[in-house]
Design a protein around this ligand. Structure first.
Ligand code: SAH
Length: 235
């Protein structure tokens, strides 16, 4: 009996220590990967500090969850580098009252980061298995304002439109026009655009008085935006 209770105490200490470890890894991630590269938006930094990235990667990847790069999440897909997640989030200039559409749920990590900062998030994932896993994970973690569905994000989510902001987290060769239509007046959209198998560039679109302005941002690498389930390609 004594042995058992000692074991339980050790287990609690180990779990507690593990969690503290992860939160200090997040703090280090913020201070070494994000701030020095120009992430200054307070709500973005707070969300990056709070969302437990290690819960969104496969068990074997947990020790690497806070490293400075993308990680595989299964089905040939990846969770983006923390800096890219923070950069895209910051560029959208989000307000706490915003409704946001994400295309490419993947693990659900980016959706959780957004969910931490805005009123509601709608996220679409084309691979059924990833959509189901992310939905279940976010439900268990208590992200009640993040809604996920399986489907081709090219068409956006017409019944929930318009959106204050749209983030596409798969690399497109052309900009899906339905997404532009689903932006509110004053809305912003960020999307990696460029040829498949190459370096793409993040483009920021803004809709003002029904005119669209564009700004080219940094070059990035992303898994491709696909149109048919089962045709995923890696670049
Ligand atoms: N935001 C994710 C990572 C995105 S990886 C995260 O935080 O983990 C890109 C994702 O886009 C992949 O899961 C891929 O299956 C998905 N995807 C590709 N084309 C799509 C499309 N047309 N509609 C919806 N999702 C798509």
């Amino acid at each position: 009996m004594k042995k058992l209770s000692t074991a339980i105490v050790y287990l609690y200490v180990a779990i507690g220590f593990g969690q503290e470890e992860y939160s200090s890894q997040r703090e280090r991630m913020v201070n070494t990967q994000l701030r020095p590269r120009g992430i200054v938006h307070t709500a973005t930094l707070n969300a990056m500090r709070e969302v437990p990235r290690h819960e969104f990667v496969p068990e074997s990847m947990k020790p690497a969850a806070y490293t400075d790069g993308p990680l595989p999440i299964g089905e040939g897909q990846t969770i983006s580098q923390p800096y890219i997640v923070a950069y895209m989030t910051q560029e959208l200039r989000l307000k706490s009252s915003d409704r946001v559409l994400e295309i490419g749920t993947g693990s659900g990590y980016q959706a959780a980061v957004l969910g931490q900062m805005v009123d509601s998030v709608y996220s679409i994932e084309i691979v059924g298995k990833l959509a189901r896993t992310a939905k279940e994970r976010l439900r268990e973690m208590g992200y009640t304002n993040v809604h996920i569905k399986q489907g081709d994000g090219y068409h956006g989510w017409p019944t929930k439109a318009p959106f204050d902001a749209i983030m596409v987290t798969a690399g497109a060769d052309t900009v899906p026009q339905p997404l532009i239509h689903q932006l509110k007046e004053g809305g912003r959209m960020i999307i990696p655009v460029g040829p498949h198998y190459g370096v793409r560039r993040l483009i920021l679109f803004k809709k003002k008085k029904n005119k669209i302005s564009t700004r080219q941002l940094i070059p990035v690498r992303f898994v491709p935006f696909t149109r048919k389930k089962g045709k995923q390609r890696q670049n």
